[in-house]
Design a protein around this ligand. Structure first.
Ligand code: ARG
Length: 569
């Protein structure tokens, strides 16, 4: 609502004034630093300059335009303050309007669904098969999933793509190791861990026997060419890995529209190589084929000396495939900061090829997960497995429940929802490009800036509302909203839609996360100050209605972030 008022005022002022003076005009609307100076403020010096008129005339014109504005009924006072025109909002009128709209449903907590035919591809999670799902892939999964929800909420069609790392020379090594010194039974029982062990052992042995590498390369080459035996082994490793990852996806409640990984593009690279060749962009460099990207960037290596392709070659094929098949408006890659150069090279290559869609290809980068200030995934030289982390979070949540509310029914299931959501929220409350500390014990607490705090707030409101039958009949005491705290809550409720929009524009779920924390803390201040179950029915209903709106938004926002809603805890 507040955003709508601002937008409307800006548009109307610009239209009216530039029409009178036949000059282009940009109006800025600010919020004054001091509360007692108004809710909104319009600097008029700039307007007088742009319209080439004296300041007093400009002030007069602005005031007259505001007086005639379509949102005038929502403003209580318009006045000049130095070179500014400031105004106060009519709290009661706005509260009424916000509550009315909220009741009508879609416009506030279900953001408007504009009929958009926009399509966004989101490439996220994308773990490497025959390797454990690492904490590094956790961020990609959580951020990508939340972004998908945010875009869908805004009416965008989202294609969720898991670009599995299921191709590359390392599979020649793993297959060689499996065939020569693998234990079939052990691998069947615990595929990923055993395959990792085999890979490590291969590298050990290859140090003293270089012929192993030659063999592994041969196997990979044959795999590329479709050798049936190797292909079956590869397929089996892929299926087994995916089965493991599915456990994590199920816990997180994450799913994908496509699992087309790198191998899928094995037969789709030639047209790109031909296109590059035809355009004279593919250069030979010591037997390898490269695209020169100028001074700013190292060249993109497209084909190795032995003719095999690379990560970037498959990514180029994937990008063109997505363009042709999904007709995306944007293609997003939720991948760590360390691959920045890779995506810059991809964009540079398609630009050199003469295509214009590079600005619509975006690397949605993110930072590291740290523990005691060090990169978590390399701690003690071991890969930290996401499943272990989630299991530990669930265990901690359960012990927390045991301590606080031992009689809670269905403890295990609730602990699972709390633990997983705690990990999700802890990630999303940080701006994605930043590194953050992973403090498992802190993030499952019910207080502080945590996921469980939000869940707990929602549960508390729920139990207040359920304490007696409550059905909102639309009758409220609007005079209560003259109070600063009440009005602040109304203001926050009214900007939910704008918050989602902002999160989408910045590709930053943290915008929603921070907003939810603020809303929850407002509720807690309110609850600490106000008695809800008062004698006066009208007052009680008004308070309950306010709380029910807060709860609806908290739940909706948590769902957007990929958290789970809890009824009791
Ligand atoms: N599998 C890659 C890795 O773990 C991430 C893939 C990201 N997506 C892409 N299209 N390159 O590093």
């Amino acid at each position: 609502m507040l955003e709508t008022i601002k937008k409307t005022l800006k548009q109307e002022l610009e239209a009216t004034l530039s029409n009178i003076y036949s000059l282009p005009l940009q109006v800025v609307i600010e919020e004054p630093k001091r509360r007692d100076q108004g809710d909104l403020s319009i600097p008029v010096f700039v307007i007088s300059k742009a319209l080439l008129i004296p300041l007093p005339d400009a002030l007069k014109q602005v005031i007259s335009a505001l007086e005639n504005s379509s949102v005038r009924p929502l403003l209580s006072k318009i006045f000049t303050l130095g070179g500014f025109v400031n105004l106060f909002l009519d709290k009661l009128a706005i509260a009424k309007e916000v509550i009315h709209q909220f009741k009508q449903g879609d416009s506030i907590y279900h953001a408007n669904r504009p009929l958009s035919d926009k399509v966004v591809c989101i490439d996220y999670s994308s773990p490497n098969i025959a390797k454990p799902f690492s904490i590094g892939h956790l961020r990609s999964t959580i951020i990508g999933h939340a972004l998908g929800n945010i875009f869908e909420k805004l009416g965008t069609k989202v294609v969720r793509i898991n670009h599995l790392g299921d191709f590359g020379t390392q599979f020649g090594k793993t297959i060689y190791a499996y065939l020569h010194f693998g234990d079939k039974e052990a691998v069947s029982k615990d595929p990923i861990n055993e395959l990792v062990k085999l890979y490590v052992e291969f590298n050990e042995r290859a140090k003293s026997d270089p012929s192993l590498d030659v063999e592994a390369r041969r196997i990979f080459k044959e795999l590329e060419l479709g050798n049936v035996e190797f292909l079956a082994l590869w397929q089996w490793m892929r299926d087994a890995s995916l089965r493991d990852y599915m456990e994590v996806y199920q816990l997180l409640d994450v799913s994908f529209d496509s699992y087309a990984g790198e191998a899928f593009y094995n037969d789709k690279m030639q047209p790109i190589i031909d296109d590059l060749t035809q355009k004279g962009l593919l250069l030979e460099d010591d037997g390898a084929m490269i695209v020169d990207l100028g001074e700013q960037m190292p060249p993109a290596l497209i084909q190795k000396t032995d003719g095999s392709t690379l990560y970037i070659t498959r990514d180029l094929a994937a990008l063109f495939y997505r363009k042709e098949n999904y007709h995306f408006d944007e293609c997003l890659y939720v991948v760590g900061n360390e691959q920045r150069l890779h995506f810059e090279q991809i964009k540079a290559v398609i630009e050199k090829m003469g295509y214009d869609f590079s600005p619509r290809v975006k690397h949605i980068n993110f930072g590291l997960v740290l523990q005691d200030g060090k990169k978590m995934s390399t701690r003690k030289g071991k890969i930290v497995k996401l499943l272990d982390v989630l299991t530990e979070a669930i265990r901690l949540s359960l012990s927390y429940i045991e301590e606080k509310n031992p009689d809670l029914e269905d403890k295990e299931r609730i602990a699972q929802k709390i633990g997983v959501s705690a990990v999700v929220f802890n990630d999303l409350k940080n701006y994605r490009a930043n590194d953050f500390e992973f403090d498992l014990e802190g993030m499952v607490k019910f207080e502080g800036q945590t996921g469980p705090y939000l869940q707990y707030t929602s549960v508390r409101i729920q139990s207040i509302l359920q304490a007696e039958d409550f059905e909102f009949n639309g009758v409220i005491d609007v005079s209560l909203f003259d109070d600063e705290l009440y009005f602040e809550m109304i203001k926050q409720i009214s900007i939910y839609q704008a918050i989602i929009q902002k999160a989408a524009e910045e590709y930053a779920p943290s915008v929603v996360a921070k907003y939810l924390l603020h809303l929850a803390s407002l509720f807690n201040t309110f609850y600490g100050r106000e008695k809800i179950m008062v004698e006066n029915v009208l007052e009680k209903n008004t308070k309950k209605h306010l709380l029910s709106m807060v709860r609806a938004i908290l739940n909706d926002g948590m769902k957007l972030l990929g958290m789970q809603i809890i009824e009791k805890m």
